[in-house]
Design a protein around this ligand. Sequence first.
Ligand SMILES: NC(=O)c1ccc[n+]([C@@H]2O[C@H](COP(=O)([O-])OP(=O)(O)OC[C@H]3O[C@@H](n4cnc5c(N)ncnc54)[C@H](OP(=O)(O)O)[C@@H]3O)[C@@H](O)[C@H]2O)c1
Length: 264
Amino acid sequence: MSAHASKTAVITGASSPFGEAYARRLAERGYDLVLVGRNEGKIKNVAASIAEHSDVDVRTLVADLGDAAQLAKVEERLRTDESLDLLVNAAGAATFAPTPGFDVNAINEQVALNVTATTRLAVAALSGMTRRGQGTIVNISSAMAFWIQPVSSVYSATKSYVLTFSQALQQELSGTGVRVQVVVPGAMSTGFWDGSGVELSNFPAANVMTPEDAVDAALAGLDAGEDVTIPSLVDVAAWNAYEEARDAVAPIMSRDVPAERYRD
Ligand SMILES: NC(=O)c1ccc[n+]([C@@H]2O[C@H](COP(=O)([O-])OP(=O)(O)OC[C@H]3O[C@@H](n4cnc5c(N)ncnc54)[C@H](OP(=O)(O)O)[C@@H]3O)[C@@H](O)[C@H]2O)c1
């Protein structure tokens, strides 16, 4: 065991450069790590490389988060690890295609990973975090929750879910000592786009961030106390205006009678 054994961070999707960047930064911050990945060889390589350059404890948990029994194994770990202080829900999947005729397996994979696994792992982590009165959950949404395209129905909807789920948790957990941050990256240069139906090369270079820069921005946002961190967003006033518009509309959407324009 390392000398820093007090705080553990669990990171899903840690075999990707994005999850790996989280792992490296959190190791630098003294977190012991549990890296969750589906591909055993890849996740063990990342773990070995981080362990070689740091003195924190680095473990791996091999699990296909789309498989009920393997997801339950990760949930159990989150529920029972008393040192758990941070969960980064970074694993995600995307297929971009026209919705009619969308491949059923691709639908299931995105919903299972982006929605079900993200939710269930957060809930599992919260059981101990709320009892201990401390801890942080980081959920990864996407700019595609806002940049809705004809080929992105399922992916954009799952990432809207991540945003809404996270914002609901933020309300619920206010004052408990447990934080939830939702990160909204734009396009990043990872293997995410390979075989997704959209080529990364379609994006102008000025719209693509390195995963390392995105993680550094996300952690800076976390340190600054942000609930929602959008690494690319220059003018935070644009986000505040979006939230204000929602807050203005939400309370006027439920009434005892239809609006005048829908009545004879
Ligand atoms: N890259 C972008 O442009 C971009 C932009 C906005 C938001 N995001 C979001 O950012 C997060 C990270 O994306 P990324 O760029 O790192 O994607 P990526 O390069 O495609 O990596 C996906 C990660 O998720 C893991 N994963 C996939 N299916 C899994 C499963 N069934 N069970 C367990 N792990 C699984 C992969 O592990 P294995 O290698 O072991 O399969 C890998 O570590 C995702 O939530 C994504 O939606 C990405």
